[in-house]
Write a protein that binds this ligand. Sequence first.
Ligand code: MTE
Length: 324
Amino acid sequence: MLIRHKKASAVASHEITPQSVYLNRRAMITGTGLIAGAAFLAAPHAQAALQNGPGVNTPMSNVKKGYSKVGTNDALTSYEAATTYNNFYEFGTGKDDPSANSSKFKPTPWSVKVDGLCNNGGTFTLEDFIKPHQLEERIYRLRCVEAWSMVIPWIGISLAEVVKRADPQGSAKFIAFETIVRPEEMQGQKSRFILPWPYVEGLRMDEAMNPLAILAVGMYGEVLPNQNGAPLRLMTPWKYGFKNVKSILRISFTEAQPKNTWQVSAPSEYGFYANVNPKVDHPRWTQASERRIGDFLRRETLMFNGYEEEVAGLYAGMDLKRNY
Ligand code: MTE
């Protein structure tokens, strides 16, 4: 998303790591993607489309399927593309940097701090944070502001349920999310010229309460790979991909609108809401159409990424051209 970034269009073939190379790389770092805790321990997952899951990370069990209202009939993006064509600037600005440079990152043990304007905050181990919630599979479109998209089967928990458990105070109007800062494991964080760290994102409280919003801990039936935001990331499928902050360490309830990283870095290009909108172009990328990774032809971009029915009400009366 930086100016020096190459234009987002096709995935060049050299950018896709062959599966065999990828699997060998993962084999060398076995264990780095594991989440401890009984709910996550190996048991074959049952997702029909994933019966022969990628077999790279630990399979997840007790996952509820069938959130059909938001399911999509679009073909799933290949696991290989979803895990080798990434944006995660903590590991570098190239699309293949996150998969190449994230093997040192340790997503376990992990704790999540919940603080700010809430009555039930604290610091929780990831296992305790997840335990009260039902893991659900959600097949969502992911639309990057760079005009590429994917379809990914996430596994996550309802953000609304997490918010309810935190018991926000009446003055809490927004939620801020922060990525961990570990320059020794995340080489991109050694430079402040790439982005100001930590990566911060935010949602208005009613956006966070929308049933589509999840905190993802897995994908393709297995725990999240490091490059996709292990062990915990946000997924709000009606917004551009940059809202979906990875490797979350802290969740804070605030009165003021959080200053999200891309808006701070380039205010003329990025806003807070970042709802997918084919009618409002980004200065460098048309938003009218997109390239689905794996497809040859571009396709039309859908308002709110196809989730208009579920989320349009959140923005009734707002000027979506100004609040981009
Ligand atoms: N989160 C952090 N911490 N750092 C990042 O650079 N990139 C964002 C988002 N979350 C980013 C991040 C962008 S621009 C996109 S498009 C998505 O992650 C990409 O998610 P994916 O790599 O799993 O497809």
